[in-house]
Each structure stands twice: as structure tokens, then as C-alpha cells.
Design a protein around this ligand. Structure first.
Ligand code: 1CP
Length: 333
């Protein structure tokens, strides 16, 4: 059994598996080399040979307990026919939202357009580098994808006030997202994903209608993944009530963000936990890094816990610090 599965099943395990969100791409020099000569990000994600190499880069260096496929949450809008571009020093930029066009996309269209992602998973499934490790497939949660599709740029560059004006459109997009995300999940599992993680990176922006934007759509996906017999990790970044979230949504594991107080949380939490460490700690020094890692490991000593970060690893992270992180987690007693 893989270390993460052991953690999910055996509640008294002392194992602390480790992997890092956004471990593939971003900070590794060998990724930057590939990226330099591949300016079209979507095209790179759909090149299964290069995507396989990038997925395995962090595994070869650090021996993490899981590989997360090199892909992106915005592959779904791309698969649904909305243009997605990644601009240097700016981030994603999405094209016009033509509902009629999106509504006419069939299951088969999406599956065909994203077929290199599934090819990537089936190529990785039997890789020697992934013996006794999990292969993590992922999706964006409906809320976060809705934000990008309607806002067209990252909300960190501003969230349009027009956003909630047209309820009919919002409801229609949420319906389409539920359908297409489920297809993407199912295709990934069939191709070899052993765990699915749901990234709700902008969940913290939800101000009202939590049932409609957070709980109901996430629960619908979680139930779908469970029905397919695979564990599901939820990461509703920035929400204030993780306990309520886990009670309603019941993920197999919850990834906490770095604003959560782990000591307080653990008192009333009964699902396995992943993550928490502020990725900025990796930009400090080794002594501080060891101290902060040990703090999380001590708090979760008697709780099933997968070591990870409280958000994606930052592009400016030095490789040396990642070696230190893995060694500290592995040597913890
Ligand atoms: O080199 C580059 O310019 C590309 C950088 C990059 C990479 C490496 C982007 C652009 N996406 C990815 C891959 C990616 N994205 C993975 C694959 C595996 C990995 O890196 O480990 C995953 C899991 C994601 C998920 C993702 N994409 C999220 C959710 C997680 C998170 O960090 O919050 C989000 C929000 C995106 C959108 C996205 N992709 C890329 C950018 C610049 C953005 C926008 C971020 C923003 O709005 O601030």
C-alpha cells in the first residue's frame, strides 16, 4: 500500500508521507529550461512526452510519495472551447465567454481535446519511478473555474463587480462545470490517477450563498470521485470554517491553508489532514524551516497527516530548501 493510502486507512499510522502542491514546474531549473523553449503553456500541458518528463522531475530529485500530473485547472475551460492563454508576468487570460458555444460541446469533444492528459496518466501509471507512490490527478472546483471563466483574468488582478449580475448565466455555467469536471475526473481515474485533488483556490472570495458556490458543487464532485473508488482531497483555500466544510463535504482528506491555526483545528477534526506550511517559510533559512516543519509534525503526531504546503510552492524557492524539507520530514521521530 502507498504511504498516503496507509495514512487514509490506518488512523494510528506514524507515517508522514510528503509531496508539495505545485511541485512539478515553477521552481525547478530543469523545468525552466523546458519552459524557455515552450512559450505556449497550454500546448506544453498537451505534449504528453514533455509533461511526463516534468511530472517526474521532482520525483527523481526528492523522492516524494506522490506525483501530481503536470497540467492545469484551466484545461477544463480550454476543453470547453473558451480560449485560455498564459501571459508572461501576468498569468491567465481567457477569451470571450460564449454560452451557446460552451453548451454545444459534447462529452466526446472534451475528452478528445484533453486526451493527451489521459495519455500522460496511462504512460505514468506503470513508471518505475512511481513504484509504491500515488499518481495524483486534479481538477479546479466549480467556484474557482467560474471565477476565471467569468472574470477572464486572475482575481488577484481584480474581480469584476459585474460578476454576480446575471444569475441565469452563473447557474448555467455551474451546471456545465459540474458535468465537464466529472467527465475529466472519470477520464483521469480510468487512465490511472490513484487520487483526485480538488483545488478551490479562490474559495476565500465567496461571501454569501455558500451552499450554492461551495458546499453543493464540491459535495457533488466528492461523491462522484468516491463512487469511482478513489480517495479525494479537497483544498478550499481561504475559507474560515474548515470544520463545517469537512462535516458537509466529507472529503477523504482535507488540505489546510497556511492561515488555519492547526492546533485549534485538530481539536474537532476527524478526517486525515494534508498541508499547512506557509510556502514563504521555504524562502527563509534552514533552521526556521526545520522548526516550522517540526511544529506541524508535532501537532499532527497522533493524527493521520500528509506533509505538504498551505499553498503552491513559490517560483523563487531554492532547490536546497526542498531537499532540507524532505529530509526533515523523513527523519522526524
Ligand atoms: O511556467 C509558467 O509560467 C507556468 C506556471 C504554471 C504551472 C507550472 C501554471 C500557470 N500552471 C502550472 C501547473 C499547475 N497548475 C499544476 C501542475 C502540477 C504542479 O505544478 O505541481 C497544478 C496542480 C496547477 C493548479 C492551478 N492552476 C491552480 C490551483 C492551485 C493554486 O496554486 O492555487 C490555479 C489557481 C491555476 C491557474 C494558474 N495556472 C498558472 C497560473 C499563473 C495560474 C493563475 C494563478 C493566479 O490566478 O494567481
Amino acid at each position: 500500500m502507498t504511504p498516503i493510502k496507509e495514512c487514509l486507512i490506518n488512523k494510528s499510522t506514524k507515517i508522514n508521507p510528503v509531496w508539495l502542491m505545485r511541485q512539478a514546474g515553477r521552481y525547478l531549473p530543469e523545468f525552466k529550461e523546458i519552459r524557455k523553449v515552450n512559450p505556449d503553456f497550454i500546448k506544453l500541458c498537451l505534449d504528453h512526452t514533455l509533461a511526463e518528463e516534468i511530472t517526474l522531475q521532482p520525483i527523481k530529485r526528492f523522492g516524494f510519495d506522490a506525483a501530481i500530473i503536470f497540467s492545469d485547472i484551466l484545461m477544463i475551460p480550454h476543453g470547453m472551447g473558451q480560449t485560455v492563454e498564459f501571459k508572461k508576468n501576468f498569468g491567465p487570460s481567457l477569451g470571450a465567454l460564449e454560452l451557446n458555444k460552451l453548451a454545444s460541446v459534447s462529452d466526446k469533444d472534451l475528452t478528445e481535446k484533453l486526451s493527451p492528459v489521459y495519455q500522460l496518466l496511462s504512460n505514468l501509471k506503470n513508471s518505475n519511478d512511481l513504484k509504491n507512490k500515488d499518481l495524483i490527478g486534479f481538477v479546479g472546483a466549480p467556484w474557482t473555474l467560474l471565477v476565471y471563466m467569468v472574470n477572464k483574468i486572475s482575481p488577484k488582478n481584480g474581480l469584476s463587480q459585474e460578476f454576480f449580475k446575471d444569475e441565469v448565466i452563473i447557474n448555467e455555467i455551474l451546471g456545465l462545470l459540474d458535468k465537464f469536471i466529472k467527465i475529466h475526473i472519470e477520464n483521469q481515474i480510468k487512465a490511472g490517477a490513484t487520487i483526485i485533488q480538488i483545488f478551490d483556490s479562490w474559495a476565500g472570495l465567496i461571501q454569501n450563498d455558500f451552499d450554492k458556490f461551495l458546499y453543493n458543487p464540491t459535495l457533488s464532485l466528492v461523491n462522484h470521485v468516491k463512487k469511482l473508488g478513489v480517495p479525494v482531497i479537497c483544498f478550499p483555500r481561504g475559507i474560515t470554517d474548515y470544520i463545517k466544510f469537512t462535516k458537509i463535504v466529507k472529503p477523504s482528506m482535507i488540505n489546510i491553508d497556511y492561515n488555519v491555526d492547526p492546533e485549534n483545528l485538530i481539536k474537532s477534526l476527524d478526517v486525515p489532514v494534508q498541508g499547512g506550511l506557509d510556502p514563504k517559510i521555504l524562502l527563509s533559512d534552514k533552521e526556521n524551516l526545520r522548526k516550522q516543519i517540526n511544529r506541524y509534525l508535532n501537532i499532527f503526531k497522533d493524527h493521520p497527516y500528509v506533509f505538504n504546503l498551505g499553498h503552491g510552492i513559490l517560483p523563487e524557492t531554492e532547490v536546497e530548501m526542498v531537499y532540507e524539507l524532505v529530509e526533515t520530514v523523513r527523519n522526524y521521530k
